[in-house]
Design a protein around this ligand. Structure first.
Ligand code: F6P
Ligand code: MN
Length: 345
């Protein structure tokens, strides 16, 4: 038996008699239990009847896979009996009001990265816990900075749970033998300056100038203004990219672009960008739309999309600088200004 603290033991000090903190602790424990069940399904795949095939679309138009639906049911069952005011899921068109007098409300993306299911690649679950305001139906009309806790699970070669309660970030690994999460990383810190970027580069022609300029700077590597060679990764699962960034730094971008329906990018503010931004900031990184800090945004609608750029703080600041100082972006975009360019000395 390994000696690491279990998630339960780690959280034992949390809560005490404060009903708000106790509710958070219970919700996290229930989400962790649900994640173990979802992990079983992802591991067994076709043997558990998981095909990864589309089953239809959710009410917001996204293709829904069998695992999306099962994961949503598992999480709702796990949370259903707890003191929770409102639930919001990527798979539900509207809020589900449970007990409006309860202190907390939970938003979740039950199965992130579902296009990866049938390719045996990492997928995950993301969650965000908010205090319930006096009008419970406004639980998710609060800035991301109001979150009490946020986390995500990666169902990869290991099943890992990343958690913040607003005082740093812990990583837990699922012990499959004992069926509990155990603490394998605490007070995680993202390296401030890194040389790995993640973006779906097939959309380059649709990006706006600052994003194109930043990525071109990365691609020019040691020959460009940044003066350093970069490496690229794109897994197509937000959870897996975020986990990689927590471990070794880098920058992830899903910006808005010129395609129809992608003006605000692809990711959802309430249950993707807000929790990720909370976790990344708690680990010393940054999360921005390019122009605004993600945690300052107040959602207008439940399934609102938002550009998300997150990761190592220096890289994120450089990208923000390109948004606010268009001259820098213009200059970087001109090959003549590279190290080997005509106007570079
Ligand atoms: O939840 C949306 C998502 O699956 C993310 O996990 C991932 O980052 C993104 O979509 C991938 O989008 P695309 O297929 O456009 O690259
Ligand atoms: Mn998702």
């Amino acid at each position: 038996m390994s000696q690491e603290l279990t998630l339960q033991q780690r959280m034992d000090g949390e809560g005490g008699s404060d009903p708000l903190r106790r509710a958070v602790k219970e919700a996290v424990a229930a989400l962790a239990q649900a994640a173990i069940d979802i992990s079983d399904l992802t591991c067994r795949g076709a043997l558990a009847g998981i095909t990864g095939k589309a089953q239809g679309r959710n009410t917001d138009g996204d293709v829904q896979k069998d695992l999306d639906v099962r994961a949503d049911q598992i999480i709702r069952e796990a949370l259903g009996a707890l003191p929770i005011a409102v639930l919001a899921s990527e798979e539900m068109a509207d809020l589900e009001i449970l007990n409006p007098a309860a202190p907390i409300s939970v938003a979740f993306d039950p199965l992130d990265g579902s296009s990866n299911i049938n390719t045996n690649m990492s997928v995950g679950t993301i969650f965000s816990i908010m205090p319930t305001p006096s009008d419970a139906s406004a639980a998710f009309v609060q800035p991301g900075s109001a979150q009490l806790a946020a986390g995500f699970v990666v169902y990869g070669p290991q099943t890992s749970l990343v958690l913040t309660l607003g005082q740093g970030v812990d990583i837990f690994t699922l012990d499959r033998v004992e069926r509990v999460f155990k603490l394998t990383g605490s007070t995680v810190q993202i390296p401030p300056n890194a040389t790995e970027f993640a973006i779906n580069a097939s959309n380059r022609r649709h990006w706006d100038l600052p994003v194109r300029a930043y990525i071109d700077e990365c691609l020019m590597g040691a020959d460009g203004m940044g003066g350093k060679d970069f490496n690229m990764r794109w897994i197509g699962s937000l959870v897996a990219e975020a986990f990689r960034i927590l471990i070794r730094g880098g920058i992830f971008l899903y910006p808005g672009d010129a395609r129809d329906g992608y003006e605000e990018g692809r990711l959802r503010l309430v249950y993707e960008a807000h929790p990720m931004a909370f976790i990344i900031e708690q680990a010393g990184g940054g999360a921005t739309t390019g122009r605004q800090r993600v945690l300052d945004l107040v959602p207008r609608t439940l399934h609102q999309r938002v550009p998300l750029i997150m990761g190592s703080i220096k890289n994120v600041q450089r990208l923000e600088h390109m948004h606010t100082a268009p001259d820098v972006a213009l200059e970087t975009n001109a090959p003549l200004f590279g190290h080997r360019g005509l106007f570079r000395v």
